[in-house]
Design a protein around this ligand. Sequence first.
Ligand code: CA
Length: 223
Amino acid sequence: MRVLLVEDDRRIARDIAAALAEAGYVVDSATDGEDAWFKGDTEDYAAIVLDLGLPTMDGLSVLKRWRAAGRRTPVLVLTARGTWTERVEGIDAGADDYLPKPFAMEELLARLRALLRRSGGHAAPVIAIGDVILDPRQMRVSRAGRAIALTPQEYRLVSYLMHHSGRVVPQQELAEHLQAEHYERESNAVEVLVGRTRRKLGDGLIETRRGFGYLVPAPDAPT
Ligand code: CA
């Protein structure tokens, strides 16, 4: 899952980025409003963490511009403590959730997980497809009760596909969510990764649609 972090306070940004990376997300960062707006408008993110007080363009304006342009990426807004007007304005501008500063990193991660689940149409904290279970809190995947040892990259792949089950995910989209910006995108990197992950997981979860992408069937789809 690729997440955009928009925060101009270097120390807070560094702490959040570290926590997100440790939780298995690929993190892109922006430290001013113009850059945030551009990235959110041109790149494809699973979610965005957005501070409101930013140089060059404030967070609320950034959010309004994304929404006006039809960008529906889930956005978690960071607000200053006690400023309920900011929260109201944030929600009116199209924020999906907000978190007042200062906050516990665990709460930020929990809210982000909930946001991603809702945007993927999954209400439960774990996602089950057939006998495969994904637990985003523990970053674990198991099949038929047996834990599967995955590398962070393999976990991100399974997590992304399971969050978007029932939809064919193009190879390019996967590549964007698996790798941080500036990472050299080798043409067959995704194929190799899928092959390796499939060998660990066993057959029947990740399907290949030649020329289109990869698909994890929806939980209630007849198999
Ligand atoms: Ca700020």
